[in-house]
Write a protein that binds this ligand. Structure first.
Ligand code: NAD
Length: 499
């Protein structure tokens, strides 16, 4: 059986732990390998390697850093299919979607290739007589990334290309459920010319995470995962004096107004709810149908849900793969059952879904649940599976208020032909990322990604300008070069007049 090891200081290492976790093929349900789980000492070794590498890397010129980024971009491009195959094997999503995930990660690398421009400071000549003032940004040191299972390549790439381009060194703790792609990414960084120790991977669970949160040599932590863990990471990391951005879970709503093209809205709702088996933090999991739109939306989206081709991710005919684990499959099904018991109407039932030839796989079929209310578990829980709940509202204002009453605030969308309603929506919702007739409004790499409320703990969103700001700190210099003839102007008081 393959054991997936850590990558520290430029090579793989088993570390000191005998502990491992199983890695499954979600399409068959069979264990296909195991991943090493780091101890505190293993994490200390990885942080030590990153700490030693920091001095040289942070002094490396912007031109040379950019060159490594460009080479890394070419290597990721050349190995995109290999990365996508690793994602499919351990996550389960369909190959075309995995390739799209790699492409989205690559866009962040492309953004980071512009690092000489991104860290440009400001300069003010002659702020006072003979005095200039200027600012620039410096890297923080060792920074850590702790990432979820659902985007094993893209989410780490929201972090490490930007952090490394800024002159930091990086320790990645990827999800233990789909760990392999991170090791290939480490090899590609090395081949791109990144010095050993600048990018490290430790595999593990809570023990490894806690060690990163407690190590005084780690300056900042970027986390993406579920809300309870995001809250914990933020509390423990900041209590230890670190800069922390912790992105949490989501419940993303899409409003459908009666003036919308219902066919267009239903197609996009179906793709946004069932794509990647609903295991996207930007998946639409609740449709809010306004007024007369309700029955037509439910009808159209149910027809589409029944037609989704469910199967193994490596089969080119599949549109939707399995969910990640047996536990996830059972949890999703039990939440749908709870919704049914609480009065919701299951219009398309994906429970007990069997793919012929893959009877052991962790499949859940597309599921549409109608007449959902805010008290039901099927609405309150982040299901993270292929389940679309439909709730009804009488007006757009009621729909906006409904969204704002939800504790999450990651993404949301509206389907309408009314510019007035769309504008009221974009200004009124307390959500970080908003789509107007765009159901999954993920910002491009040159903007920043992040939610509000329980979807983000910390002040900065990831990648884009806020990512650069998160991974650097500013210096402001005030300088003058007096000549001997200049009279001294030292005083004991703040000046009250300009000079
Ligand atoms: P998770 O919270 O279970 O795990 C995320 C990371 O935290 C993993 O590396 C895991 O090993 C670690 N972890 C798990 N339990 C821990 C504990 N008790 N203490 C310390 N570390 C722990 O999340 P997941 O199931 O891997 O991913 C799905 C979740 O991630 C969903 O809630 C989804 O919405 C969220 N997500 C959010 C975004 C976003 O941008 N907001 C993006 C992707 C995923």
């Amino acid at each position: 059986m393959t054991t997936i090891e850590h990558w520290v200081g430029g090579h793989t290492t088993a570390g000191r732990s005998a502990r491992t976790a199983p890695v499954f093929d979600p399409a068959t349900g069979e264990q296909q390998g195991e991943v090493r789980l780091a101890t505190r000492d293993d994490v200390a070794d990885a942080v030590g390697a990153a700490d030693r590498a920091f001095e040289d890397w942070s002094q490396t010129s912007l031109a040379r850093r950019a060159k490594v980024l460009f080479a890394f971009r070419e290597l990721v491009n050349a190995h995109a299919e290999e990365l996508a195959a690793l994602i499919v094997a351990e996550h389960g999503k369909v190959f075309s979607d995995a390739l799209g995930e790699v492409a989205r990660g690559q866009e962040v690398i492309e953004f980071a290739c512009g690092i000489p421009h991104l860290v440009k400071g400001e300069y003010s000549d002659q702020v006072s007589t003979g005095i200039d003032s200027f600012s620039f940004r410096e890297p923080l040191g060792v920074v850590a990334g702790i990432t979820p299972f659902n985007f094993p390549v893209m989410v780490p790439m929201w972090m490490h290309p930007v952090a490394i381009a800024c002159g930091n060194t990086f320790v990645l703790k990827p999800s233990e459920r789909d760990p392999s792609a991170s090791n290939l990414v480490a090899e590609l960084w090395q081949r791109a010319g990144l010095p050993d120790g600048v990018f490290n991977v430790v595999h593990g669970d809570k023990e490894a995470v806690d060690a990163l949160l407690d190590d005084p040599r780690v300056s900042a932590v970027s986390f993406v995962g579920s809300t309870p863990i995001a809250r914990y990471i933020h509390e423990r990391g900041t209590a230890n004096g670190k800069r922390v951005q912790a992105l949490g879970g989501a419940k993303n709503h899409a409003i459908v107004l009666p003036d919308a093209d219902i066919g267009f809205a239903a197609e996009h709702l179906s793709a946004a709810a069932f794509g990647s088996a609903g295991e996207r933090c930007m998946a639409i999991s609740a449709a809010v149908a306004v007024g007369g739109a309700g029955d037509a939306v439910v009808e159209a989206v149910s027809d589409l849900a029944r037609a989704v081709r469910v199967g193994p991710g490596r089969d080119a005919a599949s549109e939707m793969g399995p969910v990640v684990t047996r536990a996830a499959q059972e949890r999703i099904e039990s939440i749908v059952t709870a919704g049914e018991q609480q009065g919701a109407q299951v219009r398309v039932d994906g429970r007990g879904y069997v793919v012929p030839g893959h009877e052991g796989g962790f499949f859940v079929g597309p599921t549409v649940v109608d007449r959902v209310t805010s008290e039901m578990d099927v609405y309150r829980e982040e299901i993270f599976g292929p389940v679309l709940s439909v709730v009804r509202a009488d007006t757009v204002d009621e729909a906006i208020a409904f969204i704002n009453a939800n504790p999450y605030g990651n993404g949301t969308a509206i389907f309408t032909n009314s510019g007035e309603a769309a504008r009221r929506f974009q200004r009124g919702v307390k959500v970080g990322m908003i789509g107007i007739n765009v159901p999954v409004p993920v910002p491009m790499a040159f903007y920043s990604f992040g939610g509000w409320k329980d979807s983000l703990f910390g002040d900065k969103h990831v990648h884009g300008p806020e990512g650069v700001s998160f991974y650097t700190r500013a210096k402001v210099v005030t300088s003058r070069w007096p000549v001997p003839a200049d009279a001294s102007d030292a005083t004991f008081h703040f000046r009250s007049t300009a000079r």
